[in-house]
Design a protein around this ligand. Structure first.
Ligand code: FER
Length: 279
């Protein structure tokens, strides 16, 4: 893979088939409330075949629409699939703020609600998706990732459930990302190793320390992973670019895609500022 997407990667191309976006509502027993998610089905979605699924989460202050409004997940996948660079897949974008409490003015107080997505995702949303869409349900066909709070969720939940998700990552993960001493042993003890463990971040993002420490911990434990440094702060272009690259590695045989070299550079020093705005 290249070290960055081409300039036009989020442009809507009139000449190619498009996937569809729909908003679903499922009843969450875990949270005790009806909840929404946005589902992308790829171009020419056909129920005669089973599709792999990527669960993709947003940042703090966000909701299930952020990956397709603030970011451009559907356009990125339409373009990649048209160019045969990504396999057709379903993308499920949950609301990562898992609570019956209505959004408040102070979204930094929502931190803990993001941890509560784990049972909702596994016990409510995934069964709903499996009964309403033509999806494969084994670990080799299930991926989990997100940006910022969603990146922390992707890595925390993905590593806690390696038997469910073989493809796991985080983009610009927020401070909800667990420490290497929690995450690394879970990978070491897992029966099946991840097929892809992606840690991506902007090289000027002041939240980079968590991703960096996990990368170092994985290196020390000799656990195979992709460490991808983008050039940028905590911002949408980094998340779109990470998705462009990550999606091309998904659901493909190991070794068939060479991971991207980093674009940015980082030496482990704390970064001041660099917080481009909330997800
Ligand atoms: C924090 C810094 C960033 C934090 C959360 C975030 C609650 C989340 C950022 C995002 O999701 O964009 O200290 O703690």
């Amino acid at each position: 893979l290249p070290n960055h997407a081409p300039d036009n990667f989020i442009q809507v191309r009139p000449d190619i088939p498009k996937g569809k976006l729909e908003t679903i509502t499922y009843s969450s027993k875990s949270i005790g409330v009806d909840r929404k998610a946005v589902v992308y089905t790829p171009p020419n979605y056909n129920t005669n075949q089973k599709y792999p699924v990527l669960y993709l989460m947003h940042g703090i202050g966000g909701n299930e629409t952020h990956w397709t409004t603030l970011c451009a997940a559907n356009t990125i996948l339409d373009n990649l699939i048209a160019d045969k660079k990504a396999v057709p897949m379903i993308i499920v974008m949950p609301n990562g703020r898992a609570t019956a409490e209505p959004p408040s003015g102070n979204f930094m107080a929502d931190f803990n609600y993001y941890a509560d997505l784990e049972p909702d995702l596994l016990n409510d949303l995934m069964p709903y998706i499996e009964s309403h869409y033509s999806v494969a349900t084994d670990r080799d066909h299930q991926a989990l990732n997100g940006f910022s709070m969603g990146g922390g969720q992707g890595l925390n939940f993905g590593i806690n459930n390696i038997d469910t998700f073989a493809w796991v990552g985080g983009f610009s993960s927020a401070p909800n990302l667990q420490q290497p001493n929690v995450l690394v042993p879970k990978i070491q003890q897992a029966k099946d190793k991840p097929k892809l463990l992606w840690i991506g971040c902007g090289d000027k993002d002041n939240l980079i320390t968590g991703s960096w420490n996990l990368h170092l911990g994985l290196d020390e434990a000799k656990i195979d992973h992709v460490w991808y440094l983008d050039s940028g702060v905590h911002e949408v272009p980094v998340w779109n670019n990470n998705l462009y690259l990550f999606a091309q590695m998904l659901f493909k045989p190991k070794g068939s895609v060479t991971p991207p070299p980093s674009l940015g550079a980082y030496n482990g020093e704390p970064i001041e500022g660099g917080f481009g705005g909330m997800g």
